[in-house]
Ligand binder design. Structure first.
Ligand SMILES: [Zn+2]
Length: 116
């Protein structure tokens, strides 16, 4: 509370508004993260700050996420494609090329037929 009697003669409201908000501690909110190894982290973030999707676990260094049942560490540990996925990809690519070649051949044949 402002004590008006401490400073006599100073007119309240005469000076510029004091930035009292800056003096107050920033409001914080707790955010909980779980890493792939089951570590739980509680972090206090500034209320106006954006909550990061992941947070590096200080215990094991793995990325921790806000979903306890689906920590991001597991998803990141399987970046390689399975053999089947690779074959499928190649096959679909080959199929696409074959279809394209077929379509081009048909188009050329049709044009040839028209021109003759
Ligand atoms: Zn951890």
């Amino acid at each position: 509370m402002p004590s008006g009697s401490a400073i006599r003669g100073s007119r309240v409201g005469a000076g510029p508004a004091r930035p009292t908000e800056r003096c107050e501690p920033a409001p914080r909110r707790p955010v909980t993260y779980w890493c792939g190894k089951g570590h739980m982290l509680k972090i206090l973030l500034a209320a106006e700050a954006e909550i990061p999707e992941t947070w590096d676990c200080p215990h094991c260094g793995q990325p921790a996420g806000q979903d306890a049942h689906n920590p991001p560490g597991r998803a990141r540990t399987e970046p390689y494609k399975s053999h089947l996925a690779y074959v499928k990809e190649r096959r679909s690519e080959a199929d696409g090329e074959a279809l394209l070649a077929e379509a081009l051949a048909a188009l050329r044949a049709r044009r040839r037929g028209e021109s003759i």
